[in-house]
Design a protein around this ligand. Structure first.
Ligand SMILES: Nc1nc2c(ncn2[C@@H]2O[C@H](COP(=O)(O)OP(=O)(O)OP(=O)(O)O)[C@@H](O)[C@H]2O)c(=O)[nH]1
Ligand SMILES: [Mg+2]
Length: 358
């Protein structure tokens, strides 16, 4: 499963630099022979420390991480929703992605022109937000108008509920809030999804910092603080050029324990509402991706299409149990290996052995 995150922001904030950083960091895996699918789309491996631990325990010949796709989108300008700049192309590109990463500049550099000639992350984010909100408002208003027309001949209960939802979304957008701030009941989820609104997509912010702004506290609209990730893109480029040992040394000097880039990829992966399950053995230790809520047979189907139909049961050990029991046989002895059936809902970190029929 390949889900994609669109890198969105004002011109010159570091979107393409981030994209290049991500794709250069990528080692081709056998299921994705090319990292860069086209100049703007790249597959990136998701760092997961659990893989190294499991590979060591199982003496695996190789490690295969799971992947996530990033799309580098052209810089948005004010009035994009009216077709300014690359307006329409830009919006069409964002429409296709599953989640949005807004890059916001908070680095100072007189050599890099800022479109408004000043560094102001809050206002920059507001410009982008407004474009997305205006484009969504257009979609919602059109939809409301057509529902109102058909309502003259009477509305079904279902259509009435849909119209109410549209009205709540419109009210939110009118007051500068995102569609994602409007609660949607389960029955209306398919309808809401099919609207494909920009501001209903999962969203995160990457603050492109420098040494002087890396700890600057900042309050951004329409985003939870935990969905903001700080990276110094320029510094990450410098790190990229170093060997893994030199990187460790440099990070230590800077008082950091890991690269910001790894944290960023993990965060981007997490907003997609996915979970990782694992398989491990002498051949390989591997991470697999499914949407949250996926049941065991469908998860087995990710490994091999036929496995979904021929699924019999799953033998599951949670990652923590696997490690603390010293591997599969220890977990089995201590009653930590669970036998799960076709209604089992997968959990993150499940180590699975799927039993299938022929
Ligand atoms: N000082 C500094 N410069 C940066 C940083 N990130 C990017 N730049 C520079 O900013 C300029 C623009 O970077 P890009 O990555 O091309 O910006 P972009 O957001 O893709 O711009 P558009 O594609 O035009 O929308 C380049 O000269 C980069 O080298 C950073 O963290 N610090
Ligand atoms: Mg660019």
């Amino acid at each position: 499963m390949s889900l994609s995150i669109g890198i969105v922001g004002l011109p010159n904030v570091g979107k393409s630099s981030l994209f290049n950083l991500l794709t250069q960091n990528c080692v081709p895996a056998e299921n994705y022979p090319f990292c860069t699918i086209d100049p703007n789309v790249g597959c990136v491996k998701v760092p997961d420390a659990r893989l190294d631990v499991l590979a060591k325990m199982s003496a695996s010949a190789k490690i295969i991480p799971t992947m996530v796709e990033f799309t580098d989108i052209a810089g948005i300008v004010k009035d994009a929703h009216k077709g300014e700049g690359l307006g329409n192309k830009f919006l069409a590109n964002i429409r296709e992605v599953d989640a949005i990463c807004q890059v916001v500049r908070i680095f100072n550099d007189p050599n890099v022109i800022h479109v408004s000639n000043r560094v102001n992350p809050k206002e920059d984010k507001e410009i982008i937000d407004l474009e997305l909100i205006m484009a969504d408002l257009d979609t919602v208003t059109k939809k409301l108008d057509s529902s109102k027309k058909s309502s003259r001949s009477g509305l079904s209960k279902e259509a009435e509920a849909e119209m109410k939802l549209l009205e709540s979304i419109k009210a939110a957008l009118d007051s500068g809030r995102f569609a994602s701030s409007v609660p949607v009941i389960d029955d209306l989820r398919p309808f809401a999804k099919q609207l494909n609104l920009f501001t209903a997509k999962p969203m995160m912010v990457l603050l492109n910092v420098d040494e002087s702004t890396q700890n600057t506290s900042i309050d951004l609209p329409n985003i939870r603080p935990e969905d903001i990730c700080r990276i110094n893109v320029k510094l990450e480029f410098e790190l990229q050029a170093l060997s893994p040992e030199e990187q460790k040394e440099y990070l230590k000097e800077l008082g950091m324990t890991e690269r910001g880039l790894d944290r960023f990829i993990q965060k981007a992966y997490s907003i997609l509402e996915l979970l990782t399950f694992l398989t491990t053995g002498a051949d390989e230790t591997r991470a697999w991706t499914v949407r949250k809520g996926t049941k065991a047979p469908q998860a087995a189907g990710v490994i091999h299409t036929d496995f979904e139909k021929s699924f019999i049961r799953a033998e599951v050990i949670s990652y923590d149990d696997f490690v603390s029991c010293g591997g599969e046989s220890g977990a089995r002895d201590q009653g930590k290996l669970r036998v799960e059936g076709k209604d089992y809902v997968m959990a993150d970190g499940d180590i699975c052995d799927f039993k299938v029929g022929v």
